[in-house]
Design a protein around this ligand. Structure first.
Ligand SMILES: [Fe+2]
Ligand SMILES: [Fe+2]
Length: 193
């Protein structure tokens, strides 16, 4: 194969098979870029949110916010690779990342000194992530096993994150006990694939 062969002329069986399954690959890439961008923006904003969990009450919440923050970075890394395998790309300009994100920016709330306001922002972000990854799972089920596998692993962790914040806000039990180490990502860390 000529080294000069253009990227769009290459035979990519891994993409062809997805196309043959009836999936619109461009639509999938678009969805994945938006969902992946949301993971990155969330990781960024969670850094600020976690930083503002201060005082006696905030201290107990830092670790759990940190787990959710670091796991979002893992989600970004896990799905970025898939975007490129499929022939897509992430925005080359960092400024566009938040603009294309599938979820609203989880800004630091005005009255952040009440940690509950921060927990509510975290909860909403997790709920958006669940909807987004669930849509990816529905799109790819039975059609693109690799994207499905990655998306369902992310989805499982997002469901855990939602349950953690629901428990902290409303006392609804989540079965949570601390990760083995911060941001473990039991299903999304490298080596778990
Ligand atoms: Fe995430
Ligand atoms: Fe999350």
């Amino acid at each position: 194969m000529s080294e000069n062969k253009r990227r769009d002329e290459l035979e990519v069986v891994g993409v062809e098979e997805v196309r043959k399954s009836g999936l619109d690959v461009n639509k999938l890439i678009d969805k994945l870029v938006k969902a992946t961008a949301a993971e990155f923006t969330t990781y960024y904003y969670y850094t600020i949110l976690r930083m503002h969990l201060t005082g006696l009450e905030g201290e107990g919440l830092k670790e759990i916010a940190e787990d959710a923050r670091l796991e979002d970075r893992l989600h970004f890394e896990l799905m970025s690779q898939r975007v490129y395998e499929l022939g897509g790309e992430l925005p080359r300009d960092m400024r566009q990342v938040a603009d294309v994100s599938a979820c609203a920016d989880p800004y630091l709330p005005e009255n952040w000194k009440d940690p509950k306001t921060i927990l509510k922002v975290l909860l909403e972000a997790e709920q958006c992530a669940i909807r987004t990854w669930n849509e990816v799972c529905e799109m790819t089920l039975g059609k693109d096993p690799r994207t499905y596998d990655l998306a369902q692993r992310i989805l499982q962790e997002e469901i855990e994150h939602e349950a953690w914040f629901l428990e902290l806000l409303y006392g609804r039990p989540s079965g949570h006990f601390r990760r083995s180490y911060p941001g473990e990502g039991p299903l999304s860390k490298k080596g778990s694939k």
